[in-house]
Design a protein around this ligand. Structure first.
Ligand SMILES: [Zn+2]
Length: 343
């Protein structure tokens, strides 16, 4: 429903030329919330319902439509804002929305260089789907998401938000700090959230932030155990649990074992479900080196190891000497021959 497939009128699925009407941008001819389409320049409308006596054309699905030319009066979408909600869209809808957002962006050379320096090759960088998020072009990203999933889905997707300008005209935009966009994936490979590694942080500020709508009254990002895409191909090997998505991606590539990550050590209970679903008989826990000095990290480590042992798993903890803080730092130093032991 809703898509005119008549090649003669120039409509292309997902094309740049036409925009579907929606509850927030109703048809200027019939006020309909769906089905009609308006050219991107706002001057031509394909209305399904009102013809003003004109003969209808018929699209490939056998549905009548009427072409209206608005003359010099381009369509001004209704500024009606979506009803505020904090309810998150389904995981499948978020996955489709985030894939569309990522498809509209690229990874710049600077970010690619930094990922290579961490030890990822171009194959892994491309498979993991990183992108560079700049300041400009945010409404263009949102438009691609609208085209992919439909406008009704957007209020539930963390990071897609409705903006209102001075003249009360509204538009969809894409939130998030500038920096490297990191897809957060679940065990089924779906992108359930996006995290940004911020380019510029002041001392005391967080380096990694979710893309969320929480600050504008919308849904917050889903906090989940991240399963790197490549890790799914290594399911026969013993599972490793660390903290931090990028760390997990890099460590998976460097140690050739599936390394999944907690969103934070305090969320250690989340690992239990993933270990169960994975069916892993053997698990290693590799928290940052500060597990020995930071009491919260140390406590989370003990709790997680105890719970895994109680569920009948063989559990080891990885510790390393030297200046490396995280597992990825240690593996990277090891690859360069700068260190030799982990215990
Ligand atoms: Zn209409």
């Amino acid at each position: 429903m809703g898509a005119f497939k008549d090649a003669a009128c120039g409509w292309q699925p997902g094309g740049q030329g036409w925009e579907n009407v929606s509850p927030y941008r109703r048809c200027p001819i019939c006020e309909g919330r769906s089905y009609c389409q308006v050219a991107r320049d706002g001057l031509t409308v394909l209305c399904k319902r009102i013809g003003n006596g004109a003969r209808p054309k018929v699209n490939r699905d056998g549905v009548d439509f009427y072409t209206h030319h608005l003359g010099g009066r381009p369509w001004t979408p209704s500024p009606e804002a979506p009803a505020p909600t904090t309810a998150r869209a389904s995981v499948d809808d978020c996955d489709r929305a985030y894939r569309a957002a990522l498809a509209s962006l690229r990874l710049d050379d600077c970010d690619r260089g930094a990922l290579r320096a961490r030890g990822l090759d171009d194959g892994a960088i491309d498979a993991n789907g990183y992108r560079s998020l700049g300041i400009t072009g945010r409404s263009r990203i949102a438009r691609r998401v609208v085209d992919a999933v439909g406008e009704h889905v957007l209020p539930g997707v963390p990071g897609l938000a409705w903006n209102t300008g001075d003249n009360d005209r509204g538009w969809w935009t894409f939130k998030g700090s500038t920096g490297l966009l990191i897809p957060v994936r679940d065990l089924a490979g779906r992108i359930v959230a996006l995290k940004v590694r911020r380019r510029d942080v002041e001392p005391g500020q967080q380096r990694y932030l979710y893309v969320t709508s929480a600050r504008t009254g919308g849904p917050s990002a889903a906090s989940v155990v991240h399963v790197p895409r490549v890790a799914l191909e290594l399911r026969h090997r013993p599972l490793v649990i660390t903290e931090g998505e990028l760390k997990a991606d890099v460590s998976t590539a460097l140690c050739d074992r599936p390394v999944v990550s907690l969103p934070g050590v305090g969320a250690w209970r989340m690992a239990l479900d993933v270990v169960d679903a994975w069916g892993a008989p053997e698990v290693a826990v590799a928290f940052d080196a500060d597990a020995r000095s930071n009491r919260n990290v140390a406590r989370a480590l003990v709790c997680l190891v105890d719970a895994l042992r109680a569920s009948g798993r063989r559990v080891s903890t990885w510790r390393w000497d030297g200046p490396a803080k995280g597992l990825d730092d240690y593996l990277s130093a090891k690859r360069r021959g700068e260190t030799n032991h982990a215990g």
